[in-house]
Write a protein that binds this ligand. Structure first.
Ligand code: ATP
Ligand code: MG
Length: 303
């Protein structure tokens, strides 16, 4: 029997037999590694180092097909855990989604939450604040949308915009936005202390991937509605945004409200990482159905 050669991903490879020198083909696939979602977490107290994280990462998966079974299972499990969370009516979950323009926030919501009862889940999208919102402290509008007991809320953009676009476009003086990192950490600490579990995702795409996605919105008439010249204008600030994200993720990834940097050039892999992170977080919360009324077995339903 020929010696085996270890090939990541299991691609066939030509080689010469080490002893006889005869040409041969050997394929030995690596066993799939255990899901390792904490590798995408920004360790509290350590720099996020966005520039060193690969937006093209897909682990050992090669295509959408490879993740289909695992994604479907994760979605189903999220649905089951969400039903318990809703029935328990005690704690709640806040999912924060941030990304560069075209980063895939909408697609992630669609792709991950398909199995969740809409009654227990709500999406809040934050645009530029209204004049009423601007008349309040910056956290006011977000605090009102924090999930109550039993609910999962998704923030499509969030309070982080106030240290992202606000910083990049100098919408307030630096002394003001600089003070917000601590304010955000205090806010999130307070939420955690009152039973809200936060999971924060930065969907990490490359500059070139953004170009492709903008181009496809131009090329495909069905995507024209998604095209915004403003996204093209904002693209000029790519480096400034990356810097702002880097600092926000570094300063605001805490043990109680961690940030995850999700490789997001491949949409299917992005959905898998987000789904399994939510699944694992919900499973660790271990929500329980409340106790039933006593003596249920003695109850008969009148005809
Ligand atoms: P879509 O996927 O539909 O494009 P979107 O989240 O990009 O979704 P848009 O209406 O295109 O929605 O953009 C919302 C805009 O609101 C963004 O440019 C964002 O920077 C801006 N915005 C969000 N929060 C704030 C804030 N606190 N201050 C100023 N601008 C904000
Ligand atoms: Mg937009």
């Amino acid at each position: 029997m020929a010696d085996s050669v270890h090939i990541a991903g299991g691609a066939a490879q030509d080689r010469n037999h080490p002893a006889t020198g005869a040409p041969e083909k050997v394929v030995v696939a690596d066993p799939p590694p255990e899901p390792d979602y904490p590798r995408y977490r920004v360790e509290p107290g350590e720099p996020a180092r966005l520039g060193e994280r690969d937006p093209d990462e897909t682990e050992h998966y090669r295509s959408k097909k490879d993740v289909a079974g695992e994604l479907a299972a994760a979605r189903k499990h999220i649905g089951q855990l969400q039903a318990r969370l809703y029935a328990e009516h005690h704690r709640s979950v806040l999912i924060v989604l941030q990304a560069m323009d075209t980063g895939g926030k909408d697609g992630t919501i669609k792709g991950v939450f398909a199995g969740v009862n809409p009654q227990g889940c709500q999406v809040w999208s934050f645009k530029a604040p209204s004049s009423e919102e601007r008349d309040h402290d910056f956290l006011w509008r977000y605090h009102q949308r924090v999930p109550p007991a039993g609910m999962i809320h998704i923030f499509n953009r969030s309070h982080y915009e106030d240290v992202l676009v606000v910083r990049v476009k100098s919408l307030v003086p630096e002394t003001v936005w600089r003070g917000r990192y601590d304010a955000i950490n205090d806010f999130e600490r307070q939420l955690t202390d009152s039973g809200v579990t936060l999971i924060k995702f930065y969907l990490h795409i490359s500059r070139d991937e953004q170009r492709k996605r903008l181009q496809s919105r131009l090329d495909d008439p069905e995507k024209h509605w998604k095209f915004s010249s403003n996204d093209v204008a904002e693209r000029a600030y790519w480096d400034d945004y990356q810097l702002a994200f880097d600092e926000a993720l570094t300063r605001c990834s805490t043990p109680y409200a961690p940030w995850y940097v999700v490789p997001a050039n491949a949409k299917w892999f992005r959905n898998l990482v987000v789904a399994r992170t939510i699944e694992d977080t919900l499973a660790a919360m271990d929500p329980q159905y409340p106790p039933a009324e006593p003596d249920l077995e003695k109850v008969t339903i009148p005809a």
